[in-house]
Design a protein around this ligand. Structure first.
Ligand code: BES
Ligand code: MN
Ligand code: MN
Length: 458
């Protein structure tokens, strides 16, 4: 492992500048304006994979953004790790709130500021560098396959198609993903679960055209008022979601499981201070950590309609819109929950408005085992580089493909994330620690080493 660490040390500057170059490409998957940049990013990832020593590297076209795939097979009888990551990023807006350009990376106070620095370019690139490091100092201990997609932030629809069509090519023993966060740099942890997602857009229509709010106001349904009433009714006084059937299939954790999760350190005062809020709020009977990981939720992500320009315009709008996300937990099925929402939302419409619910993407929740050889290898690797055994924790975000890897390929995942919740992913001023980046590059080869050793013993 010493050869490995010294190789990393002597290539430190290059490893950093290569990441910064990748961060300069605005590979925003949601916005068609960036389509050419997304393709350019895929080509760049392919180049980097080849340079790292991967073979059969290919930019695979899909009905949407391309997937980059490469592998290094030493010996088919050796175990195989399938690394997954995403090179696409979230839109940068609101751009005016960034302290430096979202695609103009700068390093300040030990942090790399740029859209995608933590989610997920900085994290998947650690794996490409780890492959290079292993190949240049002692060799790979087992086979590796690397698949980096361009549509994670928009639901991974075409990756699902690709996985189903490439089962043989993707055959492996475990999936390794760095796209989650740890508790703190001195409190390493490994996510053992992800939530699922149902994402919907709603359109509420009142009168057939915008109206003078004095002439008509008070006599007809205002779609914005109606939408607000409807949204407000989706939670009760205990902050539980009121959609009938919403909790029916929820996997309730046992008291022992809840107790184990509560052992992870969490400072609620610091949490509130960081967010500048004077109280936390959520489902009655659950802690903040539970509310943000093992419980399902419903949130408005955006809402619009009517006049939002300068000054005042007295208008009663014809339409109102909102985008909502529901985070789901194991055993809640995304499609079924979307249907429950759809039926309920149409049913609760007040008189005088029409409601249309348009489902967007979704995904299923996933839990990963902690008694597997792969988890044990990850735990040992982190213990070596952090000097502390990582704590298993449940995460609140979603990576829909994880459930699909299990369903289609029969593979379990290790969520080997090195980010922090404070990295501002999906927010202005997204950042990733230089420490975290190199810690990942140091830790990943140790995972390969332990995983290969354990598998060959079996
Ligand atoms: N990397 C995140 C997911 C994540 C973040 C998991 C933090 C755990 C902790 C991923 O890129 C993401 O943002 N996923 C989307 C889902 C997708 C369907 C748009 C999400 O969670 O909103
Ligand atoms: Mn991500
Ligand atoms: Mn993301």
């Amino acid at each position: 492992m010493q050869a490995l660490d010294s190789y990393i040390d002597s290539n430190r500057d290059r490893f950093l500048s290569e990441l910064l170059d990748l961060l300069r490409i605005p590979s925003v998957s949601a916005d068609p304006v960036y389509k050419a940049d997304v393709v350019r990013c895929a080509e760049e990832v392919k180049k980097r994979m080849l340079e790292a020593g991967l073979e059969k590297v290919e930019v695979c076209p899909t009905a949407g953004h391309p997937i980059v795939y490469g592998e290094k097979i030493l010996d088919p009888s050796k175990p195989t790790v399938l690394v997954y990551g995403h090179y696409d990023v979230q839109p940068a807006d609101p751009v005016e709130l960034w302290h430096s350009g979202p695609f103009d990376p700068v390093i300040k106070g030990g942090m790399i500021y740029a859209r995608g620095s933590a989610d997920d370019k900085g994290q998947f690139y650690m794996h490409i560098k780890a492959v290079e490091v292993m190949m240049k100092s002692g060799g790979l201990p087992c086979n590796v396959k690397v698949m980096i997609e361009g549509e994670e932030e928009v639901g991974s629809k075409n990756l699902g198609v690709f996985v189903k069509a490439n089962k043989e090519r993707l055959k492996a023993d475990v999936v390794l993903i760095s796209d989650t966060a740890m508790i703190a740099n001195d409190v390493p942890s490994i996510n053992t679960g992800l939530r699922g997602l149902s994402y919907v857009e709603v359109e509420v229509t009142g009168p057939n055209r915008d109206l003078h709010s004095g002439v008509y106001g008070g006599a007809v349904s205002n779609p914005i008022n109606a939408l607000c009433e409807m949204i407000a009714s989706l939670h009760d006084a205990d902050r539980r979601v009121t959609i009938p059937g919403f909790y029916d299939t929820v996997n309730e954790l046992s008291n022992a499981e809840r107790k184990a999760l509560a052992e992870a350190p969490f400072d609620e005062e610091a949490y509130m201070k960081d967010l500048d809020i004077n109280a936390v709020r959520g489902e009655k009977g659950y802690s903040t950590e539970e509310r943000s990981s093992i419980r399902p939720t419903l949130d408005v992500n955006g809402i619009w309609g009517g006049y939002i320009g300068e000054g005042a315009k007295t208008v009663l709008p014809s339409k109102a819109f909102a985008k909502l996300s529901m985070r789901l937990v194991p055993n809640q099925k995304s499609e079924a929950i979307t249907k429950l929402f759809q039926d309920h939302f149409v049913r609760i419409a007040p008189p005088g408005v029409k409601v249309v619910v348009k489902p967007h993407h979704g995904g299923e929740a996933a839990v990963t085992p902690i008694d597997s050889a792969a988890y044990q290898a990850a735990s040992k690797a982190m213990e070596e580089t952090f000097g502390k055994k990582p704590i298993p924790t449940r995460g609140g975000g979603s990576i829909p493909i994880v459930a699909l890897f299990e369903e289609e390929l029969g593979l379990k995942t290790v969520l080997f994330g090195f980010g922090l919740d404070s990295d501002n992913i999906h927010s202005p001023n997204e950042k990733y620690g230089v420490f975290n980046y190199f810690q990942g590059i140091r830790t990943i080869p140790r995972f390969f080493h332990h995983f290969a050793a354990q598998e060959s013993e079996r």
